[in-house]
Ligand binder design. Structure first.
Ligand code: AMP
Length: 304
């Protein structure tokens, strides 16, 4: 694996891969790489000939007062994880190339960027869309790999790429969790031992909701109440939102059907964590048998 910084070197390496008729996969990250990032790179490795991973802590997606300065930076570990997962190129862009002095262009996401996480992180998705479009302009991959962990982000980026007519296929990869259920996240590094234990209320709450749905519950009101009870069991956990949404539009739903997404954000101590779960009525449930929409396909298959 080569580690590079400049856009010129990146373009040189990608052009060489293209010259070899290779299919290029791209995994953008903010570093502090863990098994979730590793999974994205491994899926890209399995599906593409040339895999580029990037590490860049993008300042424009942090609102004032958020953790931009404190965000974990682990360059040595990043190189180990990326190489072990099969990346060919690890690109660490320099901010001065991505946001060159005098730049005039930003991507603005509509209404969807102001909902859910966007309601609590003003400008966040504009920053994400802007940097991803820049990164894609530099790499020009065939396939962009994103984690389902950041469900709203993946949904928005699909729409941004569609709207800007960018010829990049988006594939999503299921969330990787620790054995006890906590979704891997670079921000888990902030958690004290007590907070780490408290954070398990999040996957427990998702489990509780999916269990209720499998046993026939469809009412979002009752499901939300149950999720809030589970999250509320530990005072270290302060829920920010608990929303039940349509899997593509992210519009709120009032009754759960096949594919409804449960999205949760909560502070655990000072650390903001997100997680989600697709709510699937049990396959044998008579109520669910007929009208299930196609579940979103996961790793290994094109999604939309
Ligand atoms: P980040 O470094 O947090 O910006 O994440 C980079 C990419 O890794 C995004 O597409 C995330 O959705 C994805 N990702 C982060 N955590 C996980 C996880 N636990 N499982 C799968 N993908 C993840």
């Amino acid at each position: 694996m080569r580690v590079i910084e400049t856009v010129a070197e990146l373009r040189h390496q990608v052009a060489a891969a293209r010259g070899r008729q290779e299919r290029v996969g791209f995994v953008p990250t903010m570093g502090a790489l863990h098994g979730g990032h590793g999974a994205l790179i491994r899926v890209a490795r399995a599906q593409c000939d040339f895999v580029v991973a990037s590490v860049y802590v993008n300042p424009t997606q942090f609102a004032p007062g958020e953790d931009l300065q404190a965000y974990p930076r682990t360059p040595d570990q990043d190189a180990v994880v990326a190489e072990a997962a099969g990346a060919d190129l690890l690109w660490r862009p320099d901010g001065s190339e991505l946001y060159a002095p005098g730049e005039v262009t930003r991507v603005t996401v509509g209404d969807l960027g102001g909902r859910l996480c966007g309601g609590f992180r003003p400008g966040h998705f504009d920053g994400v869309a802007t940097v991803v479009v820049k990164l894609l302009g530099a790499v020009q991959p065939d396939v962009l790999y994103l984690g389902e962990k950041d469900y709203q982000q993946a949904t928005i980026l699909r729409l941004v790429l569609r709207d800007l007519l960018l010829p990049v296929e988006v594939r999503t990869v299921p969330t990787v969790r620790d054995p006890d259920g906590l979704a891997l996240s670079s921000r888990n590094a902030y958690l004290s031992e007590a907070e780490r234990a408290a954070a398990l209320a999040i996957p427990r709450a998702l489990d509780a909701a999916s269990g209720l749905v499998r046993s026939g519950e469809r009412s979002v009101g009752r499901l939300r109440a149950r999720v809030e009870v589970v999250l509320g069991e530990n005072p270290l956990v302060r829920p920010q939102y608990v929303e039940f949404v349509h899997p593509q539009t992210l519009d709120p739903v009032h009754s759960v059907d096949g594919g409804t997404m449960l999205l949760v954000a909560a502070h655990v101590g000072d650390t903001r964590l997100i997680d989600n779960r697709r709510l699937e009525p049990a396959a044998h449930s008579p109520a669910s048998a007929a009208a299930l929409p196609q579940p979103e396909k996961l790793a290994g298959s094109e999604t939309r």
